[in-house]
Ligand binder design. Structure first.
Ligand code: FES
Ligand code: FES
Length: 165
């Protein structure tokens, strides 16, 4: 007897564009974003929820794409790092990361940016402890974190229309 697994329809919005495709029930959101939609800004680090590199926003909430089944995103709006910039250029967070020197190899950066974006949507004036707490599930092997915290703090100030201190 064959135990063929049936594909199922998935509809979601990714970076503002409607997407419709057939996926297997066991496919992760990470696999669909990277391998089917070619959104390779979504990084696979550990593949088991420990590093934060695969973080995307699903209906505005930060989710680990490696631990999220693609079908869980059915009907949802997904934001990846590719959707942060717009026609006007890089997002305030992206610009702040560059200016603060918060990017070295860049592997952790998409997840850090989306987590930062999520934080600043919730709290426009986070202090250093809040920024560190919010990014605590994100591993960076290069920067030592200080520049990343500085970048998020600077981005928060810019978003409030203030000059970073
Ligand atoms: S790849 Fe998903 S948390 Fe590490
Ligand atoms: S910049 Fe290399 S892992 Fe963070």
């Amino acid at each position: 007897m064959s135990l063929a697994i049936k594909s199922q329809g998935l509809r979601m919005t990714v970076n503002g564009e409607p997407v419709e495709l057939l996926v297997q029930p066991h496919e992760t959101l990470l696999q669909v974003l990277r391998e089917r939609l070619d959104l390779t800004g979504v990084k696979e680090g550990c593949g088991e929820g420990a590093c934060g590199a695969c973080t995307v926003l699903v209906d505005g909430l930060a989710r680990r794409a490696c631990l999220t089944l693609a079908l869980e995103a059915d009907g949802c709006s997904v934001l990846t790092v590719e959707g942060l910039a717009d026609d006007q250029g890089l997002s305030i967070e992206q610009q702040a990361f560059i200016e603060a020197g918060a990017v070295q190899c860049g592997f952790c950066t998409p997840g850090m940016l989306l987590a930062s974006h999520h934080l600043l949507e919730q709290n426009p004036r986070p202090d250093e402890a809040e920024i560190r707490r919010h990014l605590s599930g994100h591993i960076c092997r290069c920067t030592g974190y200080a520049k990343i915290v500085e970048a998020v703090s600077n981005a928060a100030a810019r978003k409030r229309g203030e000059e970073p201190s």
